[in-house]
Design a protein around this ligand. Structure first.
Ligand code: 5GP
Length: 194
């Protein structure tokens, strides 16, 4: 996705240890026009897949998630990282190791929001080792629903998440794929890609 790639080039900041900071348009300040295009692009890629819900994880997945849900005309659910005091009903719980925070979180989703037979599109801001996406997929499957696909805004292809998810049989659609962040330079997987 050209617009997104340009934003990464212009505004992305490479931190050590393979982390890309994009807090000017995705992780702190958010660009609603870019998020709208992200939602449209995922909708174009997953058109005809009979998606009934979008599932993401708080907080950075919510912006791309809600715009995708808006375009698909379905609800968005975001998994919580902390058990809410108001989540008194039955919940699905999965353990997810956070690549950026280097700690395990329990992510939770209320059972009432995913029904058996639903087709769920998982959306997240970044894909690194695949921990978050696998955790969300396990929740969908616990509910007896199916994962229609996984939509990722920025995939870091030098980490194994994308490959592992595909090997596990999931369809992964990433809007930009980063081949390397070495020496502070962002290189993309396929420079021919639009
Ligand atoms: P994974 O679970 O695939 O290992 O990592 C994905 C999660 O970690 C995303 O939800 C995202 O919040 C965070 N993450 C991983 N890599 C990066 C990165 O390079 N930059 C930022 N901002 N977040 C990242």
């Amino acid at each position: 996705m050209k617009l997104l790639r340009q934003k990464v080039i212009n505004e992305g900041i490479v931190l050590g240890s393979g982390v890309l900071k994009v807090d000017s348009f995705l992780n702190h300040q958010m660009d609603p026009f870019l998020m709208r295009e992200v939602g449209r692009e995922f909708t174009r890629r997953f058109a005809g897949d009979e998606i009934t819900k979008v599932l993401t994880i708080e907080s950075s997945g919510i912006a791309p998630g809600i715009m995708t849900a808006l375009e698909l005309e379905v609800p968005l659910i975001f998994a919580r990282k902390q058990k809410s005091l108001t989540l008194t009903e039955d919940i699905y719980v999965e353990k997810v190791y956070s690549f950026t925070k280097k700690e395990s979180n329990e992510i939770t989703v209320s059972k009432k929001f995913i029904a058996p037979g639903e087709r769920v599109l998982i959306v997240d801001d970044f894909l690194a080792n695949g921990e978050a996406a696998f955790g969300l997929a396990r929740i969908v499957e616990q509910a007896g629903a199916s994962v229609a696909g996984i939509g990722i805004v920025i995939e870091k292809s030098f980490q194994p998440g994308g490959r592992l998810l595909q090997k596990a049989g999931y369809r992964v659609e990433s809007l930009v794929r980063i081949a390397s962040l070495e020496d502070g330079v962002v290189s993309f997987v396929d420079d021919e890609e639009e």
